[in-house]
Ligand binder design. Structure first.
Ligand SMILES: [Zn+2]
Length: 122
């Protein structure tokens, strides 16, 4: 594994007027990612760059598809790979479960309403 340090900086359109800036730094087997959004300032992983690995919609201002592919390879075998993949897995799982719960809840609310609005059975 080479020790060449690689860097990629790009902007992402977020909720504020000013776009956020994400910075990827790869140094051998280490990968460090920073974003200057409020969460990122505290070192929290944020959607502005996690979307690179999940494929979720994000409005990148200066990132080509080739850049995205390259950044995805940076994660492979980096010291961030396992922990981040697990986090993304659980986040995806959580999202699916919440959607499923919301669907079930909606169906049950409809069922309860149907009963409440129906004529009582003697
Ligand atoms: Zn961010």
């Amino acid at each position: 594994m080479g020790s060449e340090i690689k860097e990629k900086i790009f902007r992402v359109k977020g909720t504020s007027v000013q776009p956020y800036t994400c910075k990827f730094v790869r140094d051998g087997g280490s990968l460090r990612i920073k974003c200057d959004c409020p969460a990122g300032m505290y070192g929290e992983p944020c959607e502005h760059w996690m979307s690179i690995f999940t494929g979720e919609d994000q409005e990148y201002l200066d990132l080509t598809n080739d850049d995205i592919s390259e950044l995805q390879t940076w994660l492979d075998e980096s010291d961030l790979d396992e922990a981040l993949q697990n986090l993304l897995y659980f986040e995806g799982h959580e999202r699916n479960m919440l959607e499923n719960l919301a669907r079930q809840k909606k169906a049950l609310r409809g069922r309860v309403m149907d009963i409440l609005l129906s004529d009582p059975q003697p």
